[in-house]
Design a protein around this ligand. Structure first.
Ligand code: HSE
Length: 395
């Protein structure tokens, strides 16, 4: 199968290298014939061009790999490639989270595949796993560490007692972070992956606003707080289905030392699901990085050649968001005093500790949505910084 790659950054060039340098170990013939890049990049590779028309109009090109990132022109190019009868494989979670249904409908209409294993969990075959489990089970919960950069930052801040900025720079040098790392740090990258995962796991379109907290304001002091000594702080994404409703959240979470999440190091991801008969299933793998992510793309290309690509999600369920399904206790770091917190958190306030210069407020079990609503009322920016869900406490 002849292939064009749109965008030759970290992941795109990883695909290019697998298709050429590792050609002998591929189980099906995959031939790279064109690369779309900006004019100033054309000197980097003999197959590069800056004209999308020459790729879309070439009848020999059967598949297009989209690794440009961002919404436009990726959205337009994906649709045009599908309409031109080409299979599309994409790693671009932002555009997929927004337009998946349109892409799937278009692919179906034109008898081609639209696949995106690399968009969630890097090299982990997570989307394949969701499809596979769904052949037998109903999936009622998904949960995991879906971002390599933020896991790398939290892990190295904890292990090496380094500052946030120092570790972020290291993650960028290693090629894990997005071009603009705020998507990694503020949880938006995870939100896109969670939306895609919900869509596939629950067979529904995901239109609702999902509460998201990132790790931008996590401080070393938070990691030293004595009450959290038996936990490891991780940035988790969770979605749970109950009947015709679902709840979802992205937030820093304290995971007990005995949990599989607490053992996830560096840029690794851990993606978990719960199905009717399979029970809990977790996959661990590299969630970011050039070759692990490129591997997932080449897997999709291989499935297309072998005719083993999975079907589109049916979007048959129309689930509605219910922010009262997921509940946790929280610890909040704030400079507000106990009485001010009492007036905001009311009966939900469990107790307050003073540690170093901060007050840490413990809440009772709260709905995620309720907590996020309360957080908006805690005006001190510090309070928003250290939101931790002690999800396991209620189990
Ligand atoms: N920046 C992303 C991460 C890359 O760190 O997980 C993989 O999606």
């Amino acid at each position: 199968m002849k292939i064009a790659i749109l965008g030759y950054g970290t992941v795109g060039s990883g695909v290019g290298e697998i298709l050429t340098t590792h050609r002998n170990t591929l189980s099906v013939p995959l031939e790279l014939v064109a690369i779309l890049e900006r004019k100033e990049q054309l000197h980097r590779h003999p197959l590069m061009c800056d004209n999308i028309e020459s790729i879309l109009c070439d009848p020999e090109i059967e598949a297009v790999v989209e690794t440009m990132g961002g919404i436009e022109p990726a959205h337009t190019y994906i649709l045009r490639a599908l309409k031109a009868g080409k299979h599309v494989v994409s790693a671009n979670k932002a555009v997929i989270a927004r337009y998946a249904q349109e892409f799937h409908n278009c692919a179906k209409e034109h008898g081609v595949s639209f696949l995106y294993e690399a968009s969630c969990g890097g090299g982990i075959p997570w989307l394949h796993q969701l499809h596979s489990v769904k052949r037998i089970d109903e999936i009622d919960e998904i949960e995991g560490i879906f971002n390599g950069t933020s896991n790398y930052i939290l892990d190295h801040m904890t292990k090496e007692s380094q500052t946030f900025q120092h570790v972020l720079r290291k993650a960028q040098e290693l090629g894990y972070a997005e071009a603009d790392p705020s998507a990694d740090i503020d949880g938006m990258d995870i939100l896109n992956k969670l939306r895609i995962s919900i869509m596939l796991a629950f067979d529904t379109a995901v239109a609702e606003t999902i509460p998201v907290f990132g790790i931008r304001n996590i401080q070393k002091a938070d990691l030293l707080y004595p009450e959290t000594a038996d936990y490891v702080l991780k940035l988790l994404a969770v979605a749970k289905r109950s009947g015709n409703h679902y709840d979802a959240v992205v937030e820093p979470t304290l995971c007990p030392l005995s949990s599989p999440q607490s053992a996830v190091r560096d840029h690794y991801n851990l993606t978990c699901l719960h199905g009717t008969t399979i029970g809990k299933l977790c996959l661990l793998g590299q969630g970011a990085g050039k070759f692990a992510t490129a591997h997932a793309i080449v897997q999709d290309l291989t499935d297309i050649v072998l005719g083993t690509a999975y079907d589109s999600p049916s979007f048959a369920q129309s689930l509605t968001y219910d922010g009262t399904i997921l509940r946790s206790a929280y610890i909040i770091r704030t400079t507000l005093g106990k009485s001010q917190l009492q007036s905001i958190l009311g009966k939900h306030l469990h107790h307050c500790d003073t540690f170093a210069a901060y007050t840490y407020a413990h809440t009772d079990v709260l709905y995620k949505a309720k907590m996020h609503q309360l957080m908006k009322e805690i005006v001190n920016a510090d309070a928003q910084a250290f939101l931790m869900a002690l999800a396991q406490m209620e189990e």
